[in-house]
Design a binder for this molecule. Structure first.
Ligand code: URA
Length: 243
């Protein structure tokens, strides 16, 4: 097991988004921070994050934060843009955490579905890197009925999207009915599903990411805007279909 990293109390609480270092000094004077029933009095005291109580509450995910989220329609995957942001669905403190909580790739504003967020750079890279073969599956509604050749075109590895210089990797299309399909992608390009259907003369009217690897949105039981937290190991197991 990795050794616990002891950390100054003022740095720890500000890094976890609770407040500024000067806020922490005030809380220490007010006797709000304790370990094992003893008050922590000095901002420079090094502490084990697992043992700290702030107002008698254990700290919120002191060793890292990974979130499985059902992104609703209309929310934007950004820290900065105006309008409804995905981060509005989480405790406000999470936005101020360091390292920061970032989404693993993005879903468009008008796409709903499964999104993972993490402050763990290795997990983010693990999910994003095509080398790890973690697919994404999308449920797609179409404006026009299928022409019939889409599955073959998507699987060909030759579909070149407007403004791209490399063709898309082969993708699998399964037909539900002539205006509803699911598509499995093995890479993540900007607006990829919408652009693939535009390239074959159709238009996506609804898009929902139903799976990342073996993890299905349905299995999480999350309603739009809801989330759950998990450890990095748990998420890796879910993506691999081990739990
Ligand atoms: N493809 C899209 O077009 N949009 C998304 O949000 C994800 C994949």
């Amino acid at each position: 097991m990795a050794a616990i990293k002891m950390e100054r109390i003022d740095r720890l609480l500000s890094r976890l988004g609770y407040g500024s270092r000067s806020d922490v000094q005030v809380w220490l004077r007010q006797g709000l921070v304790s370990i094992d029933g003893k008050l922590v009095k000095s901002a420079s005291q090094k502490v084990n994050p697992a043992e700290v109580l702030l107002e008698d509450q254990a700290l919120d995910h002191p060793f890292g934060l990974t979130v499985i989220y059902h992104k609703p329609l209309g929310a934007v995957c950004s820290h900065r843009e105006s309008g409804r942001l995905i981060y509005d669905d989480f405790p406000a403190r999470w936005v101020d955490r360091k390292p920061s909580l970032s989404s693993v790739g993005r879903l468009d504003k008008e796409t709903s579905g499964l999104l993972i967020l993490t402050d763990d750079g290795q997990l983010n890279h693990h999910i994003t890197s095509p080398k790890n073969h973690i697919s994404r599956t999308y449920a797609v509604s179409l404006h026009a009925p299928l022409a019939g050749n889409e599955a073959q075109i998507f699987a060909s590895g030759k579909l070149l999207l407007k403004d791209d210089d490399k063709p898309c990797l082969p993708a699998e299309l399964s037909i539900i009915d002539e205006q509803h399909v699911s598509v499995v992608l093995h890479e993540g390009r900007y607006h990829q599903v919408r652009r693939m259907f535009a390239a074959v003369g159709n238009h996506v009217t609804e898009l929902c990411r139903s799976h990342i690897g073996a993890l299905s949105l349905e299995s999480t039981g999350l309603a739009p805007g809801e989330y759950l937290t998990a450890t990095v190991e748990e998420v890796q197991g879910m993506l691999a279909g081990e739990s």
